[in-house]
Design a protein around this ligand. Structure first.
Ligand code: COA
Length: 164
């Protein structure tokens, strides 16, 4: 059976934590849509165009990733418009769990067909976050073991004001 799933996030930038989840889901689902939320509330470092580019580059080897899209609306609206009933999320800690459960309940109320499929990241990825990665680079540290090479280069360029 072909199950279509949507993996939403801010992806500012995509990290090896996200890719760990992507690696897992590409082995299970054969139609995956990655949906990048513009998320002005988080004041992203990378523009939406840059995040698409970085995400596409980092995931191009996965044949089951059918689309990388952006959205600036409710997640349920984009899920409905893509005709997708399954949301993929990663749960790193009990704090993530509380947040995800809450989001799921709100989303389910708006879109009753929606289901959530959550994955635990591999332990080596469980402490990575996009904010931490950005902070390390901002202060001159190395994030080579937390992000793909293309993102590592993009981060260095970004903080040196070089176009990526
Ligand atoms: N391993 C390591 N880190 C991970 C990870 C993993 N597997 N999965 C996520 N992360 C990190 C991310 O890097 C991110 O770090 P940051 O907070 O430092 O940026 C953090 O965990 C959470 O990121 P993400 O999973 O991308 O979620 P998000 O909170 O940025 O985005 C949306 C969540 C986009 C799904 C949610 O806000 C949304 O649906 N928004 C649309 C509006 C809406 O419908 N709202 C709900 C109804 S009111």
């Amino acid at each position: 059976m072909k199950i279509k799933v949507i993996y939403p996030g801010t992806f500012d930038p995509i990290t090896l934590g996200h890719l760990d989840i992507i690696n897992k889901i590409t082995k299970i689902f054969d139609f995956i849509v990655i949906a990048i939320f513009e998320n002005t509330k988080k004041k992203p470092l990378f523009s939406i165009k840059e995040r698409i580019k970085l995400t596409k580059t980092a995931t191009k080897k996965f044949k089951t990733i059918k689309k990388v899209i952006t959205f600036n609306s409710l997640l349920v609206q984009i899920a409905k418009s893509e005709n997708i009933n399954y949301i993929i999320r990663g749960i790193r800690t009990s704090l993530d769990f509380e947040y995800e459960l809450n989001m799921f309940n709100i989303n389910k109320k708006m879109y009753p067909k929606l289901e959530n499929i959550s994955f635990f990241p591999s332990p080596k990825c469980s402490y990575i976050s996009s904010s931490l990665v950005k902070e390390i680079v901002r202060y001159g540290g190395s994030v080579k073991s937390y992000v793909p090479k293309s993102v590592h280069l993009a981060l260095i360029k970004k903080y040196r004001n070089i176009p990526i």
